[in-house]
Structures are given as structure tokens and as C-alpha cells.
Design a binder for this molecule. Structure first.
Ligand code: NFS
Length: 634
């Protein structure tokens, strides 16, 4: 039996699942408890067939594996491989978008358009292309080719990493972690962590750092910029979140996964008059398109479409009995979905050539035929509406309004007034002590925690202490469901200084900046804060901090690493699996700060974790000799 999750909507649907003998992630989680101690501590090695080996954490049994690798080597290797896994996922996502851009430029992706031509041109110039006299398509083709070359390049440097402040770049070069290309670093990390190659833990951690940099300042940053070019740069927009966005009398279609190439085209298809008519002739009032996971963030930021749920809610969405189709592509999709769906009429459709699932129908998606494939998928969903059993429908009432769509470019059009796109007002608010600092709270949700509550409690504590919060992904979804992403939330939750700023500019105290690849918007915002001046000459000097209170995926490890590598203090709700090595733990949670400027911390209590972030921000304020806070802290 699973314990209550701390989230009323989830608890109600879990109870319904139980009545129907449907197991969910919480049940499976309980069956895994207690988790393997060796795995949790990171001292189990499965890399070669001398083992699997494990180190006795109590110092009595084996202290080295069969090959002689000790706890330091084993946990560092595991961590580096996890980082490579996360970085490869994000970078592959960026690669797919570059391929879409290339196809579009070559006239082979007729259903896509350049939605932000200004950004296209800016990015092309940044990549060193000559754009004079060239039309958008030509530039798209050349930029696509140029970016793809950066994936395969064997020497040189990444283009977008040059956005980082000089001190960060100098640090990376000095530490020998400055990446040469995107793919090469992931491959090299895999090679160096093979049995008997790189065995010195600090040297292995360099691989993790370098690989994470190709994620944050490479693949993910490319994904964000190309998504803006292809699907439009977001602007602040109102939308709704939580499972209550599903509609009793419409065809509910959920897009779940990560790549906007598919979801964005489904948005277009869902507005097709013929399909809406077809929905009506099938007895529905229309087509209700909503998202799950990061794909939700993509269509929410750009179209104001609702986010039905987070990672943990994907099965529960089906348990509402009201979903005609769930369309999945890649990442964060539970293989358990078919087991849940077989109890309902919900049709599951996988679409990515890279991801198939046992028991899920596969309709492969290609850019060349994008719109017609999207329409075909929607048609199947509409035709499935008649199979919905009203007896099984349990749509929760809960839904919440949020404002999303903040980007590095537009956040401070808001803070600076419509006419001034500058970070001056933010920096001034920090200098004057109205805003204490900025925190990024991001990442997954995890049944190890009361679902979503760690995000919510942490963010409430931060805004109460005048810390402006920026969010992405499932974390933003969680706080959105709790009502923290509206301008009105400032009156309820923010400290007096932050409240004053939010009131003046009309922004929420918690800013939704997109999907997980869009964590790079936080990196570029940090660069802008440095450039604007007055609150530090490099990212590590800024009064900022980061957290992933309920992290679970390897992508979250890669994200955390690139923030740490960029000089930011990052707190995780559950530890990285390194505690079996005192040396590795000490190195990444303490010593590494003296070189990178950032470090990791692990704290399970979200309020205590938020307090650690506040203390870190205060330490940075003190070093910068900034004013004391304008209003007494809450
Ligand atoms: Ni990111 Fe985690 Fe997944 Fe998105 Fe959600 S679980 S690391 S927030 S959907 S990637």
C-alpha cells in the first residue's frame, strides 16, 4: 500500500486506481523499499564482468572491487556516467531541432516556419555566419549545418559557451574542463570510465564537469534557442495547470514527453476546422489539447495551452478515464503506461523513432509529413471518444491559473518597463535590498518525497525571504498547481521587498521559464546580470542559488552539474549517489568550490534547504558589500 502523497488530487486518483487494482509509481516505489544500500551510496560497480562488485561501507568487508577500484573510483565513475547520460539526452534533443531547422531550410519540412526571424539572424551571427542578402530559409539551412558540425567537432570550442563571463571561461580552461565539441565529451566520458582507464576520482569528476558543460552551454542551449526560432519566442501568458484542465465533454488529447517538433504541430492540427467538426460529429464539443511533463511547458509557454500534470501524474491522467489519447515521444515516459491504459479506453501512441514501448501503438513521426501525421493522430483520438465510459470518468475539479512564458529576453522588459529591455531594474532591486537574490528551483518530482510538496515548501520559504524564484519543468508545474505562479501570489507569499517589486511590475514572485532544456535561460539570465554590473563580475559572485528538491533523472544530474560548474551553489533534496566515498563527497560538496565557484549540497528538508540557499545568497551579498535588506526578513 502506498502512503499519502501530500497532494490531494493525486491521493484521490491513487485511491481510484487502487479500487480498480491498478498499480502506480507509488506502489512500485514501495515495493522497491528499502532501496539497495550499495546503490544508494554509489559503491556498487557493474561496469565490467569481473563483478558486479561492491564496497563494504562499514569498512569490514571488501574495500576494493575485483579490479582494485575503490569507493572513490567507483562512485566518481558512476556519477560521471550518469552525467553523460543526462547530457546526451538533452544534447540529442538539441540535435533533433537542428535537423528540423536544416530540413526546413532545405525546403523539406513544409509544415514548419521560422517564427522568430530576428532570433534566427542573431543566432546565425553568433555562430559566425554571414547573413547579408540571404533569406530566412538559406540562413536556416546554413545555421542547421553549422550547429550540427559543432556536435561532431573534435577540436576548437563551443560557440554558445562564449556567452559565459570571462572568469568562468578562464576557470574552465585552467581546470581543463573546457569542452571541444558536444558528442566527443560524452563519448570520452564513457571511454574514460571504462574498466581500467581513468581511476583517479578528481580526474574522473573533471569528465562529469566537462560533459555537463556541453549540456548547459551546448545541447540544451541550442535546444532552447532553436525552439524559440522554430516555434516562437515565448511571452508572458496565462494558462491553467493540474488534472482539472481535462474536459468532460471534449476529446482530451495529452502530449507527453519533450520535443516540441511534434507537440507544436499537434497544436496546429488541433485547430483544424475539419477535425473540430469531426469531434462534434463524434459527440464531443471540441478537442482539448493539454500536456504532461516538459512538453507541456513547451506548448504552455508558446500557446497558453494547459499543463495537465507533472512526471508523477502521467499515470493518474489516464486514471481520470477521460483521456482519448496520450501521445508520447521521448524522455520521462513511464513504461508502465500500457498497464494503466489497458483498464481504460485511452489510446497510447508513441511517435519517436528513438523510443518504442511494449504495448504502445507506434505512429512514427517525421518532419517531412508532420502535419498529416499529427492530423492522423488526432483523428484516432477523436474516433476513440465514443469508447469513453462515463462511469469511469473522474476528472478532479482542481486546476489553477498561472502566468508562464518568461525568458531571458522578456523577463526584464517587464522589470524594466516595456521600453527598456535591461537588467538594470533587477540588479538595482538586488543592490537596494528589495530583492535578496535569485533562486532557480527546478527538476523532477519523485515518490521519495511527498509529491510536489518539497518544491512548494521550498519556494514559499524563498519568496517569503525576498528571493525571486525562477523555475522550469515539473517544479514549475508543482508550484503552479499551488498557486505560486500568479502575480497575486506576491501578496500572499512574498516578503515586503519582493512584493513591492512584483506589485510595481505586475509579475509573479515565481517565474516560469519553460522546460528543462530552458534551464539554460537561467544561465543566460545570470550572464546578463553580470553584464549589467553591480552585483558581481562573474556568475559565482552573484547572490543566486539553485535547487532540485525532488530530482530523479540523469538529466537533473547534468543540469545540477552545469550550474555548479558555472559557479552556482546547488542543493539537492536527496543526495547524489556518492556518499559511499568520503573523498568524492567532500570534493564535490566543498573543495570544488575553490576552483569552480559552485558546489553541491544535499538536504532533504525543503525549508532547511531553502534556508541554506538564503544563507548562501547572504554570504554573496556580504562579499559584494551590498545594502542590507530594505525590509526586515520575514
Ligand atoms: Ni526535467 Fe525531470 Fe522530466 Fe522535465 Fe519533469 S521529470 S529533469 S522537469 S519532465 S525533464
Amino acid at each position: 500500500m502506498s502512503k499519502p502523497t501530500g497532494n490531494g488530487v493525486n491521493d484521490k486518483l491513487i485511491a481510484i486506481a487502487k479500487e480498480n487494482n491498478i498499480t502506480t509509481v507509488w506502489d512500485r516505489f514501495m515495493l522497491q523499499e528499502p532501496h539497495c544500500g550499495f546503490g544508494t551510496l554509489g559503491i556498487c560497480c557493474k561496469i565490467c564482468n569481473l563483478g558486479p562488485c561492491r564496497i563494504d561501507p562499514f569498512g569490514e568487508g571488501a574495500q576494493v572491487g575485483t579490479c582494485g577500484a575503490d569507493a572513490d573510483t567507483i562512485s566518481a565513475r558512476n556519477l560521471a556516467r550518469n552525467t553523460a547520460g543526462g547530457a546526451s539526452c538533452h544534447s540529442d534533443h538539441g540535435r533533433d531541432l537542428a535537423l528540423t531547422l536544416l530540413e526546413l531550410g532545405r525546403g523539406k519540412a513544409k509544415d514548419y516556419f521560422i517564427k522568430d526571424p530576428v532570433k534566427l539572424r542573431k543566432l546565425a551571427i553568433e555562430f559566425g555566419l554571414k547573413i547579408d542578402g540571404k533569406d530566412d530559409l538559406k540562413i536556416a539551412e546554413e545555421l542547421g549545418e553549422r550547429i550540427l558540425r559543432e556536435y561532431g567537432q573534435q577540436e576548437g570550442e563551443l560557440t554558445l559557451i562564449k556567452r559565459a563571463p570571462k572568469k568562468q571561461i578562464d576557470t574552465w580552461k585552467k581546470m581543463n574542463v573546457y569542452p571541444k565539441g558536444i558528442d566527443i565529451e560524452v563519448v570520452e566520458t564513457m571511454a574514460r570510465t571504462h574498466v581500467g582507464v581513468d581511476n583517479e576520482y578528481k580526474h574522473i569528476i573533471e569528465c562529469a564537469v566537462r560533459t555537463s558543460l556541453v549540456d548547459g552551454w551546448g545541447g540544451s542551449m541550442i535546444a532552447t534557442d532553436l525552439s524559440d526560432i522554430l516555434f516562437g519566442s515565448p511571452k508572458p501568458i496565462r494558462a491553467e495547470v493540474n488534472l482539472g484542465v481535462l474536459k468532460e465533454d471534449e476529446v482530451n488529447v495529452l502530449v507527453h514527453g519533450h520535443e516540441p517538433t511534434l507537440s507544436d504541430i499537434i497544436v496546429t492540427a488541433s485547430q483544424d476546422k475539419e477535425l473540430i467538426e469531426l469531434a462534434k460529429t463524434n459527440g464531443a464539443k471540441g478537442i482539448n489539447l493539454a500536456g504532461i511533463c516538459c512538453t507541456a511547458a513547451e506548448i504552455l509557454m508558446r500557446h497558453g495551452l494547459p499543463m495537465a500534470g507533472n512526471f508523477l501524474q502521467q499515470e493518474l491522467a489516464i486514471v481520470t478515464g477521460a483521456v482519448e489519447a496520450m501521445v508520447v515521444d521521448i524522455q520521462c515516459i513511464m513504461p508502465s503506461l500500457p498497464d494503466v491504459a489497458k483498464n481504460y479506453h485511452t489510446k497510447l501512441i508513441s511517435t519517436s523513432p528513438k523510443a518504442k514501448f511494449k504495448g504502445i501503438e507506434h505512429i512514427e513521426f517525421h518532419e517531412k509529413e508532420a502535419l498529416s501525421i499529427a492530423k492522423n493522430i488526432l483523428r484516432q483520438a477523436i474516433e476513440n471518444y465514443k469508447n469513453r465510459s462515463s462511469k469511469k470518468v473522474n476528472i478532479p475539479k482542481e486546476k489553477m491559473t498561472i502566468v508562464a512564458g518568461f525568458t531571458m529576453e522578456n523577463i526584464f522588459h517587464n522589470l524594466g518597463g516595456t521600453f527598456r529591455g535591461t537588467y538594470r531594474p533587477l540588479n538595482d532591486a538586488i543592490i537596494s535590498g528589495r530583492i535578496r537574490g535569485v533562486a532557480g528551483v527546478v527538476g523532477c518530482d519523485n515518490p521519495k518525497n511527498e509529491s510536489s510538496m518539497c518544491h512548494i515548501d521550498m519556494v514559499k520559504h524563498l519568496v517569503k525571504n525576498d528571493v525571486l524564484v525562477v523555475q522550469t519543468g515539473c517544479s514549475a508545474g508543482a508550484c503552479g498547481q499551488a498557486g505560486l505562479l500568479t502575480p497575486e501570489a506576491a501578496f500572499r507569499y512574498a516578503g515586503d521587498g519582493l512584493k513591492e517589486i512584483c506589485e510595481t511590475v505586475g509579475i509573479p514572485p515565481v517565474l516560469h521559464t519553460g522546460s528543462c532544456v530552458d534551464n539554460t535561460r537561467i544561465l543566460t539570465a545570470c550572464c546578463e546580470m553580470v553584464k549589467e554590473g553591480g552585483i558581481g563580475n562573474s556568475i559565482d559572485e552573484l547572490p543566486v542559488a539553485g535547487a532540485a528538491p525532488e530530482w530523479m533523472s540523469e538529466k537533473a544530474i547534468a543540469i545540477g552539474w552545469y550550474f555548479v560548474a558555472s559557479g552556482i551553489y546547488v542543493v539537492l533534496g536527496t543526495p547524489l549517489r556518492v556518499l559511499g566515498s568520503k573523498n568524492v563527497t567532500n570534493y564535490i560538496c566543498d573543495e570544488i568550490e575553490s576552483t569552480l565557484g559552485g558546489k553541491w549540497a544535499f538536504e532533504g528538508d525543503p525549508i532547511k534547504a531553502a534556508q541554506l540557499m538564503v544563507e548562501h545568497i547572504d554570504k554573496k551579498r556580504k562579499a559584494l558589500k551590498l545594502n542590507s535588506l530594505m525590509y526586515a526578513a520575514a
